[in-house]
Design a protein around this ligand. Structure first.
Ligand code: MG
Length: 159
């Protein structure tokens, strides 16, 4: 059986705003996340995990931040591309696991909605999509509330 694993990591800094977008879900907050696209740090980590599993580079190669057409783009576009590319390479996604690292906003109340949104975008059952969160115990940039980090793992199996 041909099984591939990929990992992804991303960070976005806080900037002005009244919400953050995480796993495609609008989460009210007293700041936003700065970035060229919608700055969905968790979805970017998942997207990179899928690209990684099929050794197809990273999100910045497929969607250069210097390209104005991706300004303010919904990150679902990037994730859909990674899933389609994996399918084209002969793989289907078995599961995805992501951890969002921040002190605020609180992620727990939004996890079910995030799983549902990712399920729609990836075309994968909700029980194969895990969204978790942790703080960094007030240490480091996430602990100081300077931004949000996310890591992700994706497992792919040959179709
Ligand atoms: Mg990013």
């Amino acid at each position: 059986m041909d099984i591939r694993l990929g990992n992804g990591f991303d960070v976005h800094r806080f900037g002005p705003g009244n919400h953050v977008t995480l796993c495609g879900v609008h989460v009210p907050h007293d700041r936003g996340l700065a970035g060229h696209s919608d700055a969905d740090v968790a979805m970017h980590a998942i997207t990179d995990a899928i690209y990684g599993a099929v050794a197809e580079g990273d999100i910045g190669q497929h969607f250069p931040p210097t390209d104005p057409q991706w300004q303010g783009a919904e990150s679902a576009t990037f994730l859909e591309h990674a899933v389609a590319l994996a399918n084209k390479r002969g793989f289907q996604i078995a599961n995805v696991d992501t951890t969002i690292i921040c002190e605020f906003p609180k992620i727990g109340p939004h996890v079910a909605t995030m799983q549902a949104r990712l399920s729609e975008i990836i075309g994968l059952a909700r029980d194969r999509i895990s969204v978790k969160a942790t703080t960094s115990e007030q240490l480091g940039f996430t602990g100081r509330g300077e931004g949000i980090a996310a890591i992700a793992t994706a497992a792919l199996v040959a179709k």
